[in-house]
Design a binder for this molecule. Structure first.
Ligand SMILES: [Zn+2]
Ligand SMILES: [Zn+2]
Length: 883
């Protein structure tokens, strides 16, 4: 692992795999259980075994790795448990597509063969997902890697099912569910997307059996008339009162149904008379139950019509509709067709229009489980970040409906219920029973259906740790600490984990829920294969390096907000890595021969005090930001320090001292600052920091604070070392150098050329002690340090103002152009001052903004006023163009 020197350029490919293997070999990702310490635990949201990882996974993994590495460096026993999800319907659809390419269906090959094929696919896919995760550098404990269909989770699922069944919280019943005719399974409400669709409302005439008249009903799905069992009217509607109790004919099939009265009928919809189709509409289902009406199911599983549709038996639902409308028109029963926008449910997996359908399904009674889950969030046992999602969560939970958990699929956890042929009884058991629990018959068969995939992932925080067994992992790591995931699965998953965790263990599953946003392209559009704007994380790693990708995913992120990602952002990440590499290489190459003594000598120069003071404050801020889950800001702070203060200024200042024999050595402070910067940056960019750190510490004496790997080195904390005097002084010197550099650039002076400068100040000695820095970094020679300026300059010399300091550069500038520039500057300063003054007299701002922000605005105002004064003075000197 150790090298004497860093190669000239950073090659992520040379470093990443080797470093990852080193961490794995050393076992750093596996925590040591220590009962004297509080563990930090994250259970990874299991990616679906449906394909490859996308950028959303990369973001999840990076944010979690940042937390994990930070806590590990803080010395907490840290567990990050990786996992994958069998993903029921989603995976089944993928394998069915593969079969379709061979011109086969799952029915052609049979259940056993289909399961075998899906297992093979799942194993291959899991391997690929794990390999991709490793490429990102994530430090999860692979020894605990879990799949939702491993034996442990299988037992947890069956145990939960049996417990809930015995408590009456799982039941089987006939209810309206969303049926996907392509997948041929029930779907939960969450698995159905409702799209506003421009359709039609058809007004259809039903004739009275006694020939005395008719009643008109309105519907968006006329073919469902074959499933009608009544027409309902609201008894409050006067003109319908006389028809209640009459019989009408269903067109085409001429079945007799009765007109009934129900106060729930919406009088404003259509004609106010409602056809009741209880097998295919949830509202009708409830009305039919109240009136003890039968269910007439008109569909086959593939949404063709069955025998109840008479002449339309065997028709596809949409073909039937088309033909039926022609026929009704011909029979003068189609009264009116109106355009009508309504929500049409689509299967989220295959986009087929779903049918509401009454069928026998298994349900979880959700209300009793939701109550403690609501309480857990209200009482603050669980905190959801960002907090606006707290309201969203509570609102959903308070209106929760029973959860349909059975799926007519072949891939998933089989429902642990067996039906008896002899007594019709149901036996629910964890292990396959020998005989019927009611009558003892051996003629029992298992329910063919499987459970909704979210049933198993809902148990994830406890089932991965060994529940239902009382394991050491469960006792130590549960409740886990943070659940970090995308906001779009708050209900699917997070809510269910809270309900199931509380139900099974009596404890919350986690303390914090951190919801990140969705990744979008640079224009803010959702990434999709269709729009061709998908960025593959592996391609990005290949091109820019894993650290650069991680950097670009996190910089600028905040909880709950979507994240625009572009190649430009990844390039910035790579540039940052290169900048750090080059600076580190310089530092390491300037170390004296042999082992380096990095202890601090007394009487450090002011720039040493400055950088150490900045570093100490940075450590304080970064820890605080990470505690508050503000990952994007924490990363930006480290980035700005490393690039803006350490590389651009401190190292440049240190070079001057290194090149000048006799000046105090900057090596101890260079080493200290670099080493601490690498520690601070490690959770964000683990590979490059480890590589540099190994090379650096190989040159330092052995020390307990420097273990074998950066991954387990202590994370820097603030020691309270601040030197505000040094910070003020250095910030003045930096500003002086910067303004001379800007003036040179504007005047297009050859960068190698040295120019004369006069610095006028009241504080000669402070400036004098940085003479060399100014001379070298601003390319100034000779440099005259003088008292406050008295003589007026309108000879074409450039005059610069930095706080109270005036800098005169006796180079010839175009006086007219300079006047023009100053006048423009004057205008923009005035605008700025007006804005700041308005802000600072705004009572709402003053009362709401934090004190530090207000102070910052005040000091901005003061600076702008000083600058305006100086600009105006300078314009007077030059003689204004306008007055
Ligand atoms: Zn479908
Ligand atoms: Zn029986």
């Amino acid at each position: 692992m150790h090298h004497a020197d860093l190669p000239k350029a950073y090659e992520p490919r040379q470093v990443e795999d080797r470093t990852y293997q080193f961490w794995l070999d050393k076992g750093y990702f596996t925590p040591k259980i220590d009962h004297s310490k509080q563990p930090f635990t994250i259970i990874m949201p299991p990616p679906n075994v449906t394909g490859e990882l996308h950028l959303g996974h990369a973001l999840t993994a990076t944010l979690e790795d940042i937390m994990i590495r930070w806590h590990r460096m803080k010395g907490d026993p840290t567990l990050w448990l990786p996992s994958t999800d069998h993903a029921g319907i989603a995976t089944q659809v993928v394998v069915e597509r593969q079969l379709a390419a061979e011109k086969k269906t799952r029915h052609d090959i049979g259940r056993e063969e289909f399961e075998k094929r899906t297992w093979q696919w799942a194993i291959k896919c899991r391997q690929r997902i794990n390999d991709q995760h490793k490429k990102l550098g994530i430090s999860c404990d692979w020894t605990r890697d879990t799949f939702t269909m491993d034996p442990g989770p299988i037992r947890a699922v069956a145990t939960t099912f049996v417990n809930l069944y015995q408590k009456g919280l799982i039941y089987r019943g006939e209810r309206i569910i969303n049926w996907c005719p392509r997948c041929q399974t029930a779907l939960s409400d969450l698995e159905t997307s409702h799209e506003e669709t421009q359709g039609h409302l058809f007004h259809i005439k039903y004739l009275f059996v006694d020939g005395t008249g008719d009643i008109t009903v309105a519907t968006t799905r006329p073919e469902t008339m074959f499933g009608d069992v009544a027409v309902a009217v609201n008894p409050k509607t006067k003109h319908y009162r006389g028809v209640i109790g009459k019989e009408v004919l269903i067109p085409v099939v001429n079945r007799h149904i009765r007109i009934i009265a129900d106060e729930d009928v919406d009088t404003s919809f259509g004609t106010g008379a409602l056809k009741i189709t209880p097998a295919h509409d949830p509202v009708d289902f409830e009305i039919a139950q109240r009136h003890s009406l039968p269910l007439v199911n008109i569909l086959n599983k593939d949404a063709t019509l069955n025998k109840h549709a008479g002449p339309y038996e065997g028709f596809d639902r949409f073909d039937c509709r088309k033909d039926l409308l022609v026929r009704l028109e011909k029979d003068s029963l189609l009264v009116k067709v109106e355009p009508h926008t309504h929500a049409v449910g689509h299967c989220m997996r295959c986009n087929t229009v779903v049918e509401p359908w009454a069928s026998q399904q298994w349900f979880v009674k959700a209300k009793p489980l939701a109550e403690p889950a609501i309480e857990a969030v209200k009482s603050g046992q669980i905190t959801i970040i960002p907090d606006q999602f707290q309201k969203v969560y509570l609102n959903w939970m308070e209106n929760i409906r029973d959860w349909c958990i059975s799926r007519q699929l072949w891939w998933g956890h089989r429902i642990p219920a067996w039906y008896c042929v002899d007594c019709n009884g149901t036996t629910v058991a964890i292990d396959k029973p020998e005989k019927c629990a009611k009558c003892g018959s051996a003629r029992i068969h298992q329910d063919p259906d499987v459970l909704d995939t979210w049933f198993s992932s809902g148990l994830w925080p406890h089932s991965t740790l060994g529940w239902p067994d009382d394991t050491e992992d469960l006792r130590y790591f549960y409740p886990t600490t943070v659940m970090e995931t995308a906001y779009d699965i708050l209900f699917f998953w997070v809510a269910r984990m809270i309900m199931m965790g509380l139900e099974n263990t009596g404890q919350v599953p986690f303390r914090w829920v951190y919801l990140h946003g969705l990744i979008r392209d640079e224009k803010g559009a959702k990434m999709s294969k269709m729009s061709g704007n998908v960025i593959n994380p592996l391609d990005s790693i290949d091109k820019y390096g894993a650290d650069a990708l991680r950097f670009s995913l996190v910089i600028g992120t905040s909880a709950g907000n979507d994240i625009p990602l572009s190649s430009g952002k990844m390039e910035s990440g790579r540039n940052f890595a290169n900048k750090l590499w080059n600076a580190s290489r310089y530092v390491i190459r300037s170390l004296p021969e042999g082992t380096v003594d990095a202890s601090l000598p007394p009487n450090l120069p002011v720039e040493d005090h400055w950088i150490l003071s900045r570093l100490d404050q940075l450590a304080g801020r970064v820890n605080k930001l990470l505690e508050e889950f503000r990952f994007g800001e924490a990363e930006a702070e480290v980035y700005e320090f490393v690039w803006g203060e350490f590389c651009d200024w401190y190292i440049e200042l240190a070079k001057i001292r290194l090149n000048q024999p006799g000046s105090p050595s900057p090596v101890p402070v260079l080493v200290r600052t670099l080493e601490a910067s690498l520690r601070l940056l490690h959770p964000f960019m683990p590979f490059i920091t480890e590589e540099i750190w190994q090379t650096l510490v190989a040159r330092l004496p052995q020390d307990a604070t420097r273990p074998d790997s950066l991954i387990i080195a202590a994370y820097p904390v603030s020691t309270g070392f601040t030197d505000l005097q040094a910070e003020r002084e250095m910030s003045l010197i930096i500003e002086i150098i910067r303004s001379i550099r800007n003036a040179r650039a504007e005047a297009k002076i050859d960068p190698a050329k040295r120019i004369e400068a006069h610095v006028h100040t009241r504080n000669n000695s402070a400036i004098e002690s940085h003479r060399q820095a100014i001379e070298t970094l601003a390319r100034v020679q000779p440099l005259h340090i003088l008292g406050p300026r008295t003589e007026s300059r309108n000879d074409g010399a450039q005059v610069l103002h930095v706080a109270e300091v005036d800098i005169v550069l006796p180079m010839t500038v175009d006086v007219d152009a300079e006047k023009q520039r100053l006048e423009q500057e004057e205008v923009s300063l005035q605008a700025r001052i007006t804005g700041l003054e308005a802000r600072l007299s705004d009572q709402t701002f003053l009362s709401k903004a934090p004190q530090a922000v207000v102070e910052k605005e005040r000091s901005k105002l003061q600076d702008s006023q000083t600058k305006l004064h100086k600009t105006t003075e300078r314009l007077k000197e030059l003689g204004r163009m306008r007055t």
